[in-house]
Ligand binder design. Structure first.
Ligand SMILES: [Zn+2]
Length: 259
């Protein structure tokens, strides 16, 4: 019987290992806590550096747009000017993974963010899984935003973006799009569909992307069946009122294409 049981366990491991051997996507915080004005960070970048090298989010106090690339953490201020952050800084919301693309391809002559998403969608095997996507390109045009840190008491995110969001344009700039695509059902835990941040090759400009034009790009796609959620340990989160918000309100503020 013991032999039989061990044999069955071994068979199960063999069957399941391709999925569980995948690198997972880890998210510290939820987009719902941002929507409800809970911007105090509790997870350090040092903790996240242990589990990922590619990601996006924001920092403690919602002081801008975060990009994690090649293991380094950068924050764009409201003007889109980026600087590297110390690992001791904390975040209320960051999505991160150990980027390991299973598929790579090129795209040419992309005229808008919607066209980019359609070109990537054609390469994905499912709309119901999680993807991390890296796009390296020369960009004739990028429209992006960043957020100036709000003062306390914190208002909900839809209020903060009305007063503290700065939209800016970049022209003829080389760099990388850091993208996470999530199933629609993940809202309001995370941003549904495409969430896209940019950082320039010289690491001096960055932001949350609304639109792009691309001449040609190299794209790497990592698919995973695993999404791990780290809930914040801040008092603001634990005592906070996390009333659900509409899917539409999250897409309006955070999704690349505002459907
Ligand atoms: Zn963003």
């Amino acid at each position: 019987m013991i032999f039989l049981r061990n044999f069955i366990i071994l068979c199960l491991m063999i069957v399941s290992s391709p999925i569980y051997a995948e690198d997972k996507i880890i998210q510290a915080g939820t987009v719902l806590n941002l929507m409800q004005g809970i911007y105090t960070g509790s997870t350090t970048f040092a903790e996240l550096e242990q589990v990922g090298n590619f990601g996006l989010g924001t920092n403690n106090g919602l002081g801008g747009e975060l990009v994690v690339i090649d293991g380094k953490f950068y924050l764009a201020d409201e003007h889109g000017d980026a600087k590297e952050l110390p690992l001791s800084d904390k975040t209320p919301y960051t999505t991160i993974t150990k980027f390991a693309p299973q598929k790579q391809f090129k795209v040419n002559n992309i005229a808008s963010i919607a066209e980019l998403e359609q070109a990537i969608d054609k390469q994905l095997s499912s709309q119901n899984l999680f993807y991390a996507i890296r796009v390296d390109a020369e960009f004739p045009y990028i429209k992006a935003r960043s957020i100036k840190a709000p003062s306390k008491p914190y208002l909900p995110l839809d209020q903060v973006v009305k007063t503290n969001q700065n939209v800016f344009e970049l022209n003829n700039i080389s760099g990388t799009l850091v993208i996470f695509k999530s199933p629609a059902f993940i809202s309001p835990t995370s941003v549904p569909d495409y969430h896209i941040h940019f950082i320039s090759s010289d690491r001096k400009k960055a932001g949350h992307v609304f639109d792009v034009k691309i001449g040609s790009a190299n794209i790497g796609v990592m698919q995973t069946h695993q999404f791990e959620l780290w809930l914040p340990s801040s008092k603001e989160y634990e005592q906070g009122d996390l009333q659900p918000v509409s899917d539409h309100s999250i897409r309006t503020i955070e999704s690349a294409t505002q459907k």
